[in-house]
Design a binder for this molecule. Sequence first.
Ligand SMILES: CCCCCCCC/C=C\CCCCCCCC(=O)N[C@@H](CCCCN)C(=O)O
Ligand SMILES: [Zn+2]
Ligand SMILES: [Zn+2]
Length: 512
Amino acid sequence: MARGIRYFLSVTLKLLAVMLASVLMIVVTRTATFPSYQTSPPACEESDDDFIPADKERLARFTSAIQLQTVSYERGVGTPQELVKFSQFIQESFPTIHGSPMVRRDVVGNYSLLYRVEGSDASLQPYMLASHLDVVPVAEEAKWVAPPFSGELKDGYIYGRGTIDAKHSLMGSLEALQFLLSRGHQPKRTLYLAFGHDEETQGHFGAKVISEVLTQRGEKIKFILDEGTPVGDGLLPGVSKPVAFIGVAEKGFMTLHLEVNEEGGHASMPKPESAIGILSKAISKLENNPHPNMFGTGVEARMLEYVATEMTLPYRMLSSNLWLFSPLVAWVYSKKPQTNAMARTTTALTRFNAGVKDNVISPEAVAVIDHRIHPMSSVEEVMEFDLKVINDPRVNVKVKNSRPPAPISPYGKDSPTYMMLQETIQQIYPDALVTPTFMVATTDTGHYWNLSNAIYRFSPYVMTPSDLARLHGVNERISVKDYERVMNFYYHLIVNMDKPLETKRHGHEDEL
Ligand SMILES: CCCCCCCC/C=C\CCCCCCCC(=O)N[C@@H](CCCCN)C(=O)O
Ligand SMILES: [Zn+2]
Ligand SMILES: [Zn+2]
């Protein structure tokens, strides 16, 4: 009997050893032979007169744009006078654009701007560059090193609300267009510039109306580029080179209104449970029960694979073997807010209101939850999960607002438009790696899904880990160098969009 057990154990151990050796071999082989998704930057044809310098005039225009306090507060509550001023300022600052017979300008939804620059080849589908005129309000003004609406230049940086979100792309694309038109350039492909005025409150009166206008015109758009993920410096562990993240998708969102109504009364005779207590328990359950970690099921995994060959060895091994290490990477990702946001549907408790007086038991308690929905999940799945977690019929849960995750736009070598974007990025950042990702925040592109199946979100400035907090936060800023890159990025993009969307180099047919 004992011999039998010994034999069984030794066979099992041998089998395990063979399995382990095989797994090890696969891991080593994949690490050594994993394909590279990076392409070498296109040859540099740049000359001095093929470059937009961040000179005094251009910087002054950008500063003036930052000084306009185009704040969006709540849906439908903004700063109309400032938006009108911004619109006038744009008209005065870019006379070549506004005087060109090729350009049609429409004010849409009262304050948003839609420009159409007529291309010479009507057989080509138009494309669209998008941004927004509005900004978020300023909090903690005392902590700013320069006044938040000053556009002040300090140590090579321009400070101010809107410098990175997102007046750089609005002004940068206008500068590029003005530069090209002033040299007599007519684009081959028709180009739209779309600037919503209420992106920060979901674009219901701006981008949504722009989309309706374009739909009425029967437009189908070749590709759309909006504000988005940046060129990260130190954002991706294991990669020392800068990484340009192209947002090929975007999380959905669901804003929930939670309400509890109970009997109020005199604070001297409380019941065991109050409206405040019941709601607190519900939201505490939501916070303690995060939505499932979905890392490895979507674009976030491709993001790592695209840069795997450029990573330091341990990271390279993990990223080229996600079939095995996905659970480990998922766990690591869950540890930091910015990576956790890529791994799961997030739950942010953003408002909590109750009570009117110290000695009155509040009959009502209200909270707001801001969920950002992972591209592999859905509005329905998130709601079902929450109701199960709360599991209390006294908590009334209503959806204030929601949007499903965005469809995933084509990416990689099979997508000529993505490759064109990649090459344009490399013209500005020759040392950068380029990888697809999804946006954890939302953009106006949520209103453009019916216009195009190729929607990208990218902002051509560099962001370090410590810059993350500047976004919607204190000391938002962009370097002069980066603003110069932004202008030149749009310049190259417009020029590149006049070349055939290619084709031989990537093995595809020319397409419209
Ligand atoms: C491994 C990490 C790799 C991550 C790489 C990306 C790092 C992310 C860095 C920057 C993202 C910049 C995003 C800027 C766009 C912000 C858009 C925005 O503010 N949207 C608002 C819309 C509000 C609508 C009303 N709820 C939002 O999402 O809240
Ligand atoms: Zn923005
Ligand atoms: Zn924003």
